[in-house]
Write a protein that binds this ligand. Sequence first.
Ligand code: HEC
Ligand code: HEC
Ligand code: HEC
Ligand code: HEC
Ligand code: HEC
Length: 416
Amino acid sequence: MERGILIMSFRSPVFLLAFGAGFLLASFHGDAPAEEGFRSATACTRCHPEIHRTWRSSRHATAYTAPLFQVSLDGARRENPQLSLPCEHCHNPLRFFLDTDDPKASIFALEGVTCDFCHSVEFLLQGIQGAGFPRYLVNPGIKFGPYPTSGKSDNGAHRKKFSMLHTQSVFCAGCHEYRNAHGIPILSTYSEWEESFYHGKNVHCQFCHFPGLFDAPFIDPGIKKGPIGHDMAGGHSRELLAKALPIRATLTSNETEACVTIQVKNEFAGHKAPSGIPINRLRLETTLYDGDRGVLGRGEDIFERVLGDGNGMPLRMPERFFPAAKEVLKDNRIEPKEVRKIVYRFPLQGKAPRTAEIALLYEIFLPDLAPALKSSTIPILRIAVPVTAEFPWPFVAFGVLAAAILVLAAVLVIRR
Ligand code: HEC
Ligand code: HEC
Ligand code: HEC
Ligand code: HEC
Ligand code: HEC
């Protein structure tokens, strides 16, 4: 049934209409000479070596070949081959713009989200609200890019054209925003950004995800400049995570209990943390030790979005939740710029706490897979805080009062 709906949307009149329009435009568009087809990323290496190098190591380049994606795609194919097609719209996008028997299709599959897909995009074809595809209209005769000059590239290598779209978040939304046929948000990085303060400041995805730009004081989009690396680091980059999600903590104790107060801030992510596909999650682990490193207590919190099947059962695997999710069971991810405060109280049975250790981890969680693939963990930060005695408020209040009385008395004496 659920599968039926997904296939329906894929074969729906809207899809056919959009596809038909795309086909017509692509074949009759005046600017697109038919002989100039898509080219492999290797064709760009000679003149754009740095961009090619960084793209090569990006997750875009392996979007189709990544083992996790292949495992999930196999799962989808086993259930229903039609079901796996929508997956490829985002993980192997050029496939839909080539003839079915084009031998180049297999080369482009190895390149995942390749240069000539992104740089041939002329328009976003339809809204990103629905579950339908395709979403982009491409014109492989021209390289669309961020520079406000058009015409031939300096040495006549290819035609190029200024595209405002490429400098804005909505360009990424075609693949980074997806609601399934039940209206459930599976990917919502774009809408999370749209609701954040970055939207108002015109700080687009590009600004943070092309690294040369991230290191700049990114609040001033005016200073953006190229050439720009295409690694598009995200949740898989420990360095970026550590910069983006600072943590602070204090440990206090009195006779009966110890209290660990932690603040996790989403300092630099332009969307919720974590964002993206709901197999990404953040885990916060807290351990309280005494002077002999005996464990006095443990606490754990997980920040994630969990989707369900409509009857309260969590769906953890992409091939299941993409088509079948009918509800959001949990979403406690950290909003952009939010400071999330977490407090643990540990009863002390006569033991004295010495330190609390707090670790923040990023996890890819796929419980239904074989143990070796099930989850991978990136440790982001680990901090240790020493105990400080609880602030003696009653004592201080008494002191302040006594001092005030003394001052008053002194003033009265002097006045006399
Ligand atoms: C023979 C050299 C050469 C090759 C090969 C080449 N380019 Fe270029 N490209 C250039 C030059 C020169 C420019 C202009 C640079 C500038 O303006 O700073 C350029 C500019 C661009 C731009 C920026 C357009 C703009 O106006 O914003 C894009 C995007 C681009 N190339 C993509 C590609 C892609 C994708 C490939 C491979 C399919 C490719 N190029 C292959 C030489 C080349
Ligand atoms: C996921 C989509 C995507 C892929 C894949 C991609 N690019 Fe880009 N590229 C962009 C966007 C978006 C910009 C503009 C960023 C901005 O300035 O706002 C850009 C900018 C550029 C520019 C102009 C900026 C500069 O530094 O000169 C060139 C040239 C370019 N890309 C070439 C390439 C080449 C070559 C590849 C493959 C090796 C590639 N791109 C892969 C999206 C992509
Ligand atoms: C054609 C579809 C497509 C477009 C367009 C696209 N992406 Fe992606 N992006 C993907 C896919 C698919 C992945 C996941 C690849 C994987 O993990 O195997 C991905 C991964 C990423 C990641 C890596 C996240 C991580 O977990 O480390 C970042 C960051 C990212 N994209 C940013 C962008 C930005 C910014 C833009 C717009 C300039 C953009 N993408 C445009 C499809 C796309
Ligand atoms: C203000 C900077 C900033 C902006 C704007 C921004 N990002 Fe990110 N993004 C980050 C940081 C930092 C991370 C790593 C922390 C994390 O994973 O939450 C990240 C992570 C990601 C990831 C990996 C998801 C995850 O949590 O593992 C994806 C995908 C992504 N961004 C895509 C986008 C897209 C698409 C846009 C625009 C709609 C965008 N980003 C806007 C800074 C930004
Ligand atoms: C609307 C575009 C879109 C569609 C459709 C889509 N994906 Fe993805 N997928 C993405 C993006 C974007 C990411 C990366 C997000 C992030 O970094 O968190 C991703 C990440 C993944 C990952 C994690 C990859 C890794 O190496 O960590 C798996 C697995 C995956 N997708 C499987 C699927 C399957 C199976 C389907 C079809 C049922 C599918 N996707 C359909 C856009 C899409």
